[in-house]
Write a protein that binds this ligand. Structure first.
Ligand code: SF4
Ligand code: SF4
Length: 131
């Protein structure tokens, strides 16, 4: 156990540092300061290869076949529109990022991205819906 303890002391942290130097009392105030350029945030650590982040949807490639909706166990993909004009809407808040829909799409209209900072106070926010 002592050996393991010493080993951990000299290992690089596996997680990202908190974005600001000191934990602030108010996170919103820190974000606002960062947006004004008054403080610098720690950059995020790079994501691993083939990371399954927020989906990217290419509407032009989509033929509205609906295969992605059939494989999605979370019902996070919904077909909208009429007949051949059918397109999908992706509800990020419901998504488990399994990428089954990406594998199932015959048109290559869906792919995963490196975007992981998806927390939002409003689950109906436009930012969390991919059309
Ligand atoms: S990644 Fe998985 S949970 Fe998310 S929309 Fe695709 S199939 Fe559904
Ligand atoms: S599987 Fe691909 S082509 Fe078919 S509806 Fe979904 S995104 Fe569009």
């Amino acid at each position: 156990m002592v050996f393991e303890l010493f080993k951990q002391l000299f290992k690089r942290p596996a997680t990202n540092k908190f974005p600001a130097k000191y934990t602030p009392a108010n996170v919103t105030a820190v974000v606002e300061k960062a947006l004004r350029g008054e403080i610098t945030l720690h950059p995020p650590i790079p994501v691993p290869p083939q990371y399954r982040g927020k989906l990217v949807y290419d509407k032009e490639k989509c033929n509205g076949c609906g295969l992605c909706t059939r494989v999605c166990a979370a019902a996070a993909v919904v077909l909208v529109g009429e007949k051949k004009a059918k397109k999908i809407v992706h509800y990020v808040a419901r998504c488990t990022f399994c990428a089954q829909c990406v594998d199932a799409c015959p048109q290559g209209a869906l792919r995963t991205s490196e975007e992981f900072a998806l927390a939002d106070t409003n689950k109906f926010s436009d930012r969390l819906v991919v059309k």
